[in-house]
Design a protein. Structure first.
Length: 444
C-alpha cells in the first residue's frame, strides 16, 4: 500500500504511521520470539529428557523415537491452527487474532511443566503431553501469519517489505536462543535434579513472557491493509475455503518451498541433541552452548537476508539459500563426525546461517503470494502445512535413518532432496518483490 493510500484512511497520518510501524514491528518480533520460545523449548527438552522420563522401558534410541512422535503432534496442530486463526485473522483482523494465539500457546506451554512422569502416572503422562502439544501447535499455527502481516502491512514502501517482514522471522532464532539459554541455566542450577524438576522451570517461565507479549500487543492498531479491506466491504465470509478455491497453487507451493528451510532447521536444532549425546558422546551443556552461538548468528543474519531479498529478488535469495543448505549438509556431518570438540562446536554454531538465508526472505515471499483479503488464511496454511511434511517428521526421519544405516550420509542426502523440492517450488511461484500488491483483491 502506498503512503497516499494509507493517509487516505481516517486517522492514519504520517506521524501516526511511523509510530505504529515501529510498534507493529516490535509487537510482531517480541510476540514471535515468545511463541517460538514456547514451541522450540519443547523440541530442545524432547531430545534431552522426554525419552527417559515418559518412555523409560524403551531403549535410549527407541525412547527418543517415541518422544519425537509426541513432538510431531505439535506440527499436526499447526495447520489446524492456521485454518482456525487464519479464518478469524481475515474476518476480524490481525491484532485480535494474535492476542488469542499468544494466550493459547502460553497456557499450553505452562501446562507442559505440570505433567507428571511415567513413574507417577504411567502412560497417562505421555497422553497428556500429546494433548497439550497438539493445543500448543494449534496456537503456533495461527501466530506466524498474523505476526508477519502485522509488520509487513504497515510497511511504508513496496521496496522494503522483505526487510520489514523479516523481523518477525527474527523471533524464531531468538526464541530458540532463549529456550536453549533457559535449559542451560537450569541444567547448571539443578545439576542431578535436572530430570526431576530442572527441565520444568523453563516451561513455567513462559507464562511471564506471555504476559509481556500480551501487554505489547494490546497497544497496537489494526493494519492499514485490513482497515482498507473492511472499509471497502471486501471481507470474505469463509476465507479459508476461498483461498483454497482461488489460490490452491500458491498454498501448495509455499508449503513445498519450505522443505529445505524447515526440515534441516529441526535437524540442526533438535535432532542434534540425539546425535550429539548418543552418537558423538558430547555433553548436554556443551551442545547447549554451541546452540546459543548458533542462534545468535542466526538472528544476526535473518534480517540481513530479508533486506537483501529487496535488492536481488525474493525468489533469487531463497534459491541461493536452498543451494547453500544442500552443500552445507555434507559439511555439517563431516565436521560432526570428526568427534573433535572444536569441529563439533563450529558445525553446530554456523548451522543456522544457511537456513536463515531462506527464512529471512521467506515471510514476504509467502505473504506477497496471496491477495489482501485472503492473506492471513493463505499465508498461514501454506506456511504451516510444511510442518507436516518437513519440520515435524525431520527429527524422527533423521533418527530412523541413522538407526537403520548407522551413517549420517542418508541424512545429508535427505537434506539434498528437500533442497531440490524447494528450488522447483520456488521457481514455480510468482515473484512480487517491490510490486504494489495492496489492491489485488481477486488474484488467482
Amino acid at each position: 500500500m502506498t503512503t497516499a493510500e494509507m493517509t487516505a484512511i481516517p486517522g492514519i497520518t504520517n506521524a501516526v504511521h511511523r509510530a505504529q510501524l515501529r510498534r507493529a514491528v516490535i509487537a510482531s518480533t517480541v510476540g514471535t520470539t515468545i511463541e517460538w520460545y514456547d514451541f522450540l523449548l519443547y523440541g530442545t527438552v524432547t531430545g534431552l529428557v522426554f525419552g527417559k522420563l515418559y518412555f523409560p522401558h524403551s531403549s535410549p534410541l527407541i525412547g527418543v523415537l517415541q518422544a519425537f512422535g509426541v513432538f510431531f503432534v505439535g506440527f499436526v496442530g499447526r495447520p489446524i491452527g492456521a485454518a482456525i486463526f487464519g479464518h478469524w485473522g481475515d474476518r476480524i483482523g490481525r491484532k485480535a487474532t494474535l492476542i488469542a494465539t499468544l494466550l493459547v500457546t502460553g497456557l499450553a506451554t505452562f501446562a507442559v511443566g505440570l505433567v507428571p512422569g511415567y513413574a507417577s502416572i504411567g502412560v497417562w503422562g505421555a497422553v497428556l503431553l500429546t494433548i497439550i502439544r497438539l493445543i500448543q501447535g494449534i496456537g503456533v499455527g495461527g501466530e506466524w501469519g498474523g505476526s508477519v502481516l502485522l509488520a509487513m502491512e504497515w510497511a511504508r514502501s513496496n521496496n522494503n517489505r522483505g526487510f520489514i517482514a523479516s523481523w518477525p522471522q527474527f523471533g524464531a532464532p531468538a526464541g530458540l536462543f532463549l529456550a536453549n539459554l533457559a535449559v542451560l541455566l537450569f541444567s547448571w542450577l539443578s545439576g542431578d535434579q535436572f530430570y526431576t524438576w530442572g527441565w520444568r522451570i523453563p516451561f513455567f517461565i513462559s507464562i511471564i513472557m506471555g504476559g509481556i507479549g500480551l501487554w505489547i500487543r494490546l497497544g497496537i492498531l489494526e493494519t492499514p491493509v485490513f482497515q482498507k479491506v473492511v472499509a471497502e466491504d471486501r471481507v470474505e465470509r469463509v476465507p479459508v475455503l476461498q483461498v483454497l478455491k482461488r489460490q490452491p497453487k500458491q498454498v501448495a507451493l509455499t508449503a513445498l518451498l519450505r522443505m529445505p528451510e524447515q526440515a534441516p532447521g529441526y535437524i540442526v536444532g533438535t535432532f542434534i541433541f540425539t546425535y550429539g549425546t548418543q552418537v558423538l558422546g558430547a555433553s548436554r551443556n556443551f551442545l547447549l552452548i554451541a546452540l546459543l552461538v548458533q542462534t545468535v548468528l542466526g538472528f544476526a543474519w535473518v534480517t540481513v537476508a530479508g533486506s537483501l531479498s529487496d535488492r536481488v529478488g525474493r525468489k533469487n535469495m531463497y534459491i541461493i539459500g536452498c543451494l547453500f543448505i544442500a552443500v552445507f549438509g555434507f559439511v555439517y556431518f563431516a565436521l560432526l563426525n570428526t568427534r573433535h570438540p572444536v569441529a563439533i562446536f563450529i558445525a553446530v554454531a554456523v548451522s543456522l546461517v544457511p537456513i536463515m538465508t531462506m527464512y529471512g526472505p521467506e515471510a514476504a515471499l509467502i505473504a506477497e503470494s496471496f491477495s489482501p483479503r485472503l492473506r492471513y488464511s493463505g499465508a498461514s496454511l501454506g506456511y504451516q502445512l510444511a510442518s507436516i511434511i518437513a519440520g515435524g517428521p525431520s527429527p524422527f526421519i533423521s533418527t530412523a535413518l541413522y538407526a537403520k544405516f548407522h551413517s549420517s550420509l542418508p541424512i545429508a542426502l535427505y537434506i539434498v532432496l528437500c533442497s531440490i523440492i524447494g528450488i522447483v517450488s520456488t521457481a514455480l511461484l510468482r515473484d512480487y518483490t517491490n510490486r504494489d500488491i495492496s489492491n489485488e483483491y481477486d488474484r488467482v
